[in-house]
Design a protein around this ligand. Structure first.
Ligand code: S3P
Length: 182
């Protein structure tokens, strides 16, 4: 499979901006955008906090794996994954096979600030969010580093991050559906 047929997959911690940047990139490239967590909610017929509470995290991870594997094989699109997805080796393999993986890498301060604005993330409910996010960074960043592309995001605007992604994608051969003048 050549790069221009691959699903563009966003990975990164909660609050890194995978959904908002993914949507923006999809609009810009006129591609379909799918959010894995939304599809999991549809497949399970209940919210993510409810899945964690009623069935437990392992059940959530099972559904997550099935849903993401399906979303990777339905044609070219942009896919935002939940923060834990890439930690699953099966999902990593599927992404390596069908996707081009973009890690949105954010600092702890940014993640703490952004995640404080939205509820519905069960992993942040079990203690002090900053501590939890710090531990997740320690555990996950070495694995996220396997992504094809790493984009550092901070206080800059969504448009600036989008620009950085488009510039980086243009360097790829074969070109990932991004023309020179984009
Ligand atoms: C999780 C991240 C969440 C969601 C679930 C677990 C994680 O997605 O999949 O709450 O393990 O980091 P976002 O990264 O989109 O918040």
């Amino acid at each position: 499979m050549t790069n221009d047929q691959k699903v563009l997959v966003f990975i990164g911690l909660m609050g890194a901006g995978k959904t908002s940047i993914g949507q923006k990139l999809a609009e810009h490239l006129n591609m379909e955008f799918v959010d894995a967590d939304e599809e999991i909610v549809k497949a399970a017929g209940c919210s993510i906090p409810d899945i964690f509470e009623i069935y437990g995290e392992p059940a959530f991870r099972d559904v997550e794996e099935r849903v993401i594997k399906r979303l990777l094989t339905e044609g070219r699109r942009i896919l935002a994954t939940g923060g834990g997805a890439y930690m699953n080796p099966q999902i990593r393999d599927a992404i390596a096979q069908h996707g081009y993986c973009i890690w949105l890498k954010a600092s702890l301060d940014i993640l703490v600030e952004r995640t404080s604005k939205r509820t519905g993330r069960p992993l942040l409910k079990t203690g002090e969010p900053r501590e939890i996010l710090r531990d997740l960074m320690d555990n996950r960043y070495p694995v996220y580093a396997q992504a094809d592309l790493t984009i550092e995001t901070g206080a800059e605007s969504i448009n600036e991050t989008l620009r950085a992604i488009l510039d980086a994608l243009k360097q790829q051969t074969p070109i990932i559906g991004v023309s020179k003048d984009e």
